[in-house]
Design a binder for this molecule. Structure first.
Ligand SMILES: Nc1ncnc2c1ncn2[C@@H]1O[C@H](COP(=O)(O)OP(=O)(O)OP(=O)(O)O)[C@@H](O)[C@H]1O
Ligand SMILES: [Mg+2]
Length: 380
């Protein structure tokens, strides 16, 4: 059970609150608590103290217990709520359960409080876990269907680009160098090639491209990219690499893992226009059952973790939830494609891995990529 547990006691009698606290501590619970009894203080406590549990008297001088329950339902609907009261009686107790209270305890039977609190906390934790999994599942389904759509279009589109580029080349071979039409046709060919590179990114996202995975040492890949990365990010950004010794191997297409590192580094550079620090780290990681249970996309096992973090502008929760969608960009129109991260996502998923972003506005961003550890001989 969490040790940073916070409990709000809505109780006008300091002695009663004290007794309840003592009972819970005796039962082995550690927590911070706050006691309130007026309406204003109660609202503030629920909003600012952010309790994990509310224990409330049923009859209070300013309001009745059901009013507290209603308030809690509006401010923090998922926080368990237990009535402790001498006056509640069977009928009102049932009524309070119907209105959303988690449980109730009579004041002369405080012995049962710890058990009920533990159960309430455990159930709340399980509900939260379930909600989190459902959200991930919805997210995964969304990415899957956008992937199908994007992949389908990209495929058809690519078929159209082949004759556009091909015929442009044929004409360019036929006409004279000083032909006034030459420049126009070169523009057509250039536009076709640019479009082809966009569709390649889309195909990467939708996992429709053919990969050539090989067993690799990620540290070697990163070391090789070092010079290029430094040039890419410029002198104002410090590059720090921390590569774990005895790093496990991974099986992935070598050009694609390079692409991933470069895409993430370029995004970090864009997020640090005034300079900052870009850190690339590798380490072995074991994802256990508990982790896998909380993350639908992960199978437990041995992984290699590649993390790329920056001290840039960071992003809010809404942006974070959309970064891997194709065409999602916060850049001005015409500036960004919004395809780089969706491509990274596609490659990681196709390689049996998982990607994960954590960011705080004004502080920076971390991308963590877990790739399954591979056995086998290095093929580079
Ligand atoms: N390291 C980062 N820090 C802050 N925001 C980021 C970071 N990486 C990505 N983002 C956000 O995710 C969005 C999508 O990134 P993505 O690389 O897919 O496209 P883009 O960078 O906008 O365009 P392009 O890559 O084509 O230049 C960005 O517009 C930005 O809002
Ligand atoms: Mg980008």
């Amino acid at each position: 059970m969490r040790s940073d547990l916070r409990i709000v006691f809505v109780e006008d009698s300091p002695w009663d609150a004290e007794l309840e606290e003592r009972e819970l501590r005796k039962g082995g619970l550690q927590f911070d608590s706050m006691r309130v009894w007026t309406r204003e203080d109660c609202v503030r406590a629920l909003k600012e103290f952010k309790p994990d549990l509310i224990i409330s008297d049923y009859s209070l001088p300013q309001m009745d217990g059901l009013a507290v329950l209603k308030m809690a339902g509006e401010i923090c609907p998922n926080v368990p709520f237990i009535f402790v009261s001498g006056t509640i009686g069977e009928e009102r107790a049932l009524e309070s359960l119907k209105r959303g209270a988690t449980n109730y305890v009579a004041k002369d039977q405080l012995k049962g409080l710890t058990t009920k609190v533990r159960r309430a906390l455990k159930e709340a934790e399980e509900r939260e876990e379930k909600r989190c999994l459902e959200e991930q599942l919805r997210e995964a389904q969304k990415m899957e269907s956008i992937g199908k759509l994007a992949g389908g279009i990209a495929h058809e589109f690519n078929n159209l680009l082949t004759p556009i580029i091909g015929y442009s080349e044929l004409v360019l071979n036929e006409i004279r160098n000083d032909d006034p039409l030459r420049q126009h046709i070169e523009e057509i060919k250039k536009a076709g090639e640019r479009a082809a590179s966009l569709t390649r990114q889309l195909l990467a996202y939708s996992r429709k491209q053919v990969l050539q995975p090989r067993v690799l040492d990620l540290n070697a890949v990163i070391a090789e990219l070092d010079k290029m990365l430094r040039r890419l990010i410029g002198a104002d950004i410090e590059l720090v690499t921390r590569l774990a010794p005895e790093l496990g191997r991974v099986k992935i297409d070598p050009s694609q893992i390079g692409q991933i590192v470069i895409n993430l580094a370029v995004n970090s550079r864009d997020a640090m226009p005034q300079g900052g620090k870009l850190t690339i780290e590798t380490t072995n990681a074991q994802l256990d059952e508990a982790y896998a249970r909380k993350n639908v996309a992960v199978t437990p096992g041995q992984y290699v973790l590649l993390s790329v973090s920056d001290t840039g502008c960071g992003m809010d929760a809404q942006t974070q939830s959309r970064v891997f969608e194709p065409f999602f960009t916060t850049k001005e129109i015409g500036k960004g494609t919004g395809l780089e991260l969706s491509m990274v996502y596609g490659i990681v998923k196709q390689s049996g891995g998982d990607i994960w972003v954590y960011s705080e506005i004004g502080r920076g961003t971390v991308f963590k990529i877990y790739l399954p550890r591979a056995e086998g001989v290095l093929s580079r």
